[in-house]
Design a protein around this ligand. Structure first.
Ligand code: ZN
Length: 76
């Protein structure tokens, strides 16, 4: 039985070994490192009332960044 605490990628290992195959196929367990480092931009979703996560990479930031996404869409 592998140990799942104490290393940066062990949670992903846990996900890959425990998620149903269809979730893994949807990309749940293989997000990128950081969109901005690849000349991209983040797209935020609400994690909880204090944190925003990016759909496409592993970056998580403090603040309600998903509200900004909504505002941008409305101003188009
Ligand atoms: Zn991102």
């Amino acid at each position: 039985m592998p140990e799942f605490t104490g290393g940066p990628y062990r949670k992903r290992t846990w996900l890959r070994s425990n998620l149903p195959w269809f979730l893994i196929n949807l990309g749940v367990a293989k997000k990128g490192k950081d969109c901005e480092k690849k000349d991209g931009s983040h797209e935020w979703y609400k994690i909880d009332n204090q944190s925003s996560g990016c759909y496409h990479c592993e970056v998580v930031k403090t603040g309600k960044l998903w509200l900004q996404e909504t505002k941008d869409l409305l101003s188009l």
